[in-house]
Design a binder for this molecule. Structure first.
Ligand code: PEP
Length: 250
């Protein structure tokens, strides 16, 4: 069974609520593609207005972050029940910016993956290597360690329903895209790791995205690769170009 492509925008810390609604209005007619799942992962303060702006469209709303408790004294945090009540379906977990700037380690990310599933949110779990790990050819071991740690205790059925994003850190926001062969190599390796940890059926079902300077010019080549099931897109998700990425096959 062919896996359905999933193209998700990661807006990061961009767009005021007013700007977010305007961007939705610009993108709505451009991101229609029946073959593709489309997700806008937006800043917490934009979730409610974006959910309203995309109501009745093919666009699902995602969060960029959440905390593992349902409520209480966690000043500044946002919980899974809050996200669900606002209409959120997906949540990004383990983005390299959160690992690096906010000290989120694999044990915490594993707790987040568990909490997302327990709550009914679909994780988009990010993994990927630094330039230094790539240069000393240690990237495969690194990514496998991330995947194994982050999915510890997660069931086959859960993994089959989630999204994994391979995002080489050296390609994020740098304009340096992994070649389609480099991206394919790692996405296939991740699928093999899932087959080893679980079974081939689970590995065939899990959707694996590539992320890192994906744009309207390189999306079609990347998305033509057999193990690349979509994209997680930063910079280009804030422009009309996002519509061209979603319609890479038209
Ligand atoms: C990202 O932050 O997930 C990302 C892939 O960013 P960019 O597309 O800007 O490289």
């Amino acid at each position: 069974m062919a896996r359905r492509k999933i193209i998700a925008g990661n807006w990061k810390m961009n767009m005021t609520p007013t700007e977010a609604v305007a961007l939705c209005e610009t993108l709505k007619p451009l991101v229609v593609n029946d073959d593709v799942d489309v997700v806008f992962c937006v800043p917490a303060i934009d979730i409610v207005p974006v959910a309203k702006a995309v109501e009745g469209t093919n666009i699902a709303v995602g969060a960029e972050n959440f905390y593992i408790e349902d409520k209480g004294a966690y000043t500044g945090e946002i919980s899974a029940p809050m996200l669900l009540d606002a209409g959120v379906k997906y949540v990004i977990i383990g983005h390299s910016e959160r690992r690096e700037y906010f000290g989120e380690d694999d044990a915490f990310l594993n707790a987040k993956v568990k909490k997302a599933f327990a709550s009914g949110l679909t994780p988009i779990l990010c993994c990927g290597e630094s330039k230094e790990l790539r240069e000393r050819n240690a990237y495969k071991d690194w990514i496998n360690l991330q995947i194994k740690a982050d999915l510890d205790g997660i069931t086959a059925e859960q993994v089959a329903s989630m999204v994994i994003a391979y995002e080489p850190i050296w390609a994020i926001g740098t304009g340096l895209t992994a070649t389609s062969d480099q991206a394919q190599e790692v996405c296939a390796m991740i699928r093999n790791t899932i087959a080893e940890m679980y079974d081939t059926d689970t590995a065939e079902k899990v959707r694996i995205q590539y992320g890192g300077s994906m744009n309207a010019g390189n999306a079609a080549e990347l998305l033509a690769k057999p193990d690349i099931d979509g994209g997680l897109i930063g910079g280009a998700a804030l422009k009309p170009d996002f519509g061209k990425i979603v319609n890479y096959n038209k």
